[in-house]
Design a protein around this ligand. Sequence first.
Ligand SMILES: C[C@](O)(CO)[C@H](O)COP(=O)(O)OP(=O)(O)OC[C@H]1O[C@@H](n2ccc(N)nc2=O)[C@H](O)[C@@H]1O
Ligand SMILES: Nc1ncnc2c1ncn2[C@@H]1O[C@H](COP(=O)(O)OP(=O)(O)OP(=O)(O)O)[C@@H](O)[C@H]1O
Length: 291
Amino acid sequence: MGNLVSEVNSLADGWGKKWPAPAKLNLMLRIIGRRPDGYHLLQTVFQMLELCDWLSFYPVEDEGVSLKNPIPGVPEQDDLTVRAAKLLKKHTGCHQGVCIEIEKILPMGGGLGGGSSDAATTLVVLNHLWELGLSVDELMLLGLELGADVPVFVFGYSAWGEGVGERLTAISLPEQWVVIVKPECHVNTKEIFCAEGLTRDSKPIKIADFIAGDDRNDCAQVVSKIYQPVEDALKALSFYAEARLTGTGACVFAQFGSKEAAEVAFNALSLDWQVFLTKGLNRSPLYRMLE
Ligand SMILES: C[C@](O)(CO)[C@H](O)COP(=O)(O)OP(=O)(O)OC[C@H]1O[C@@H](n2ccc(N)nc2=O)[C@H](O)[C@@H]1O
Ligand SMILES: Nc1ncnc2c1ncn2[C@@H]1O[C@H](COP(=O)(O)OP(=O)(O)OP(=O)(O)O)[C@@H](O)[C@H]1O
C-alpha cells in the first residue's frame, strides 16, 4: 500500500467517503445471437438495487494503485477496482495514485454484478476525485473493456440493454421490494455462456413485450440443470412469489408489492438460506450521492 496522504486536507471533496456500488438484477434475459468473437448478443432489463458494496478512496503520495483490504481469493492485480483505476490512469495519462478500501456486501459469482459495479464506481468516483473530466459515455466505453456488465453501472439508470449489454436505454420500472436468495454455489458466467444446451436464438422482443409479461431468462434452464442449489432456491422462493434467475445466477429473486409481504418471505427463507431484502431503484445510488 502506498503512503496515505494526511486525511485532514483531503476529506472535504469526497476522498475517504463511502461510495455505493449497487447490485443489479436482470429482470429478463434473452440471448438472440452471437458475435464473431463468441460474445453473446442479449436483450435484457437491468434494474438497479439499493443493496450495495461500499468503496472508499484514499489519496497516496506516489502513483501506485493499491487495495487497503484485498478480497480473499482475488489477487490484488485482478481486482476489478484496481484494474479500473489503472485503466483510467492509462487512458488519461493521470499521474495520481490511490488506495481503495472495499466493503464487500454483494456475493461474488451471484449474478448481481458486484465486481462490475465496483469497477464502475471506481471509474466514476476517480474521474470526479482526480478531476479528469471524462464524460459518462467515455467512461462507459472504458468500462466495457473490463466487462459487459460495467457500462450499465456507469450509465446509472435501470435500463433496457442490447448488444452485449452496452446499448442502453433508461427505463422507469416499479421500484418494488425484492427478496434475493443466494444458493451455496458460485456460477461461472463463462461456463454458462459456453454450455451446449444454451438457447442462443431467441426472437428479439420489444420493451412493451417485457412489460406485458415476457420476462424469461434464457440461462435459467441450463443453470438449474448444472447447479442443483439454484434449482432448490427457485423452488423455495417460488412458494412466496414468482422466482427468477438474475444474469447467469447463482442468485434468484422475487418481487413484492409491499415491504410486509417481502418480509414474510425474507424471514422464513433466512432460516435455511443466505437471503437479502432490498428495493429496486430507477436511479443508481452512486449518482444520487454525486448529484
Ligand atoms: C450475464 C450478465 O451478467 C447479464 O447482465 C452479463 O452478460 C455478464 O457480464 P460480465 O459478468 O461482465 O461478463 P464478462 O466478464 O464480460 O464476460 C465473462 C465471459 O462470459 C462470456 N460472455 C459474457 C457476456 C456476453 N454477452 N456474452 C458472453 O459470451 C464470455 O465468454 C466472457 O469471457
Ligand atoms: N471487486 C471485485 N468484487 C467481486 N469480484 C471481483 C472483484 N474483482 C474481481 N472479481 C472477480 O470477478 C468474479 C465475478 O464476480 P462478480 O461478483 O462480479 O460476479 P457476478 O455477480 O456473477 O457478475 P455478473 O452478474 O456480472 O456475471 C469473481 O469471482 C472474482 O474472481
